[in-house]
Design a protein around this ligand. Sequence first.
Ligand SMILES: [Zn+2]
Length: 391
Amino acid sequence: MITIHPWPNAKDMAFSIRDDDLSFFTDSKMLERIYNKAWENGFKVSFSTIPNHKGTNNLNVPPNFRNSHNYYPIYKNTQLVEFLKQKIVEDKIDIMQHGYCHMKNVNLPELKFDLKSSTIITKNNEKFDLNKYSEFYGANADYIRTNIKEGKTILEKTFEIPIKVFVAPQEYLNKNMWQELLNNNLSYCGSFGIRSLKNVPINQINFINMFKVVYKNLINNFEEINDNKMFLTNLLTIPSEYSHSWNISSNSEKEHFNYFKDSIHNKLKSRGFLILLTHYYEYYYDWNEKITQKNLYKYFIKSLNYVNNNLDLWKCSVTELVSWISRIKQIHLKQKHNELIITSRFKLPGFTIKIHDDIGVENKFNVLEKNSFKYVIMDIKVGENRIVINN
Ligand SMILES: [Zn+2]
């Protein structure tokens, strides 16, 4: 049997880092301190970037800008933009779109991290709904259309790269937003499951995949669920299922690390991917000059070292991951006598097929033996690619 291996260069799984809330307010030194070691080890960081951050009372706004109610476009921080552009050239980072201004409403209660109870609270312990902290909550279709487009344009002009992935503020999504993502050729990175389908126009739902997910849920076949979950609609939706956040308290850090290891090994079993989600400013709570959340940093490095030393990973950006998944889904593999014909609409460097039996392959190909299988690694060109095999 011959199958398509999900990742390039016969890698066992894909791994990305997503950092949310980068904006005009970010000091590049904050990023260097957290990510230098990651970059040295070949990891890539995908920054979900706020194009025109509003000075509300949100914790992702530094205290001296809070409640200014002004807008701060990312390009006005020229030092940060130059730093990021250099990192793009070095292929160490990627820019995704994180809404437009993140939060618009200036009348919501101010939040704070309660480090003792590991929960988010308000100053007066009021009840609050985090969805309301999204600029798109309750917004009309016109606001959504204009600002998703405008945000994308700001980022594309600033960084001179195409923006392909959207991360919603507070991961809040509705039908109008979903439609605008489709109109702007953006994939969605965030939690997305059967329940999220209520936020999608009905004619855009892929019912076959929906039934497959429901069925596999019933029979507890979790291995393939993620694959179908990404294709529940006409827009690719990619989850980041592991959150490395501020509420690692000192007595639960070990549990947190074990949870990370479990998440990784579950994904490894199904040859899946893991996106580690974190927020740079949480390490400096509340916008201190130095890292204040030492455990958060310590376990971030520990997690990266663990995957780096124990697994054969494809370290990619979220944009690369999205692009690879959507392209590989469109590959046609056909076996005709002693020839394997792979048809692709895209170039795919490092494309890998997995050979389960004792099948020989002409020796011009790079064949890797690993985990008692043979992997043929090749650079796929647009159109037909042929491999001679002998059974
Ligand atoms: Zn955010």
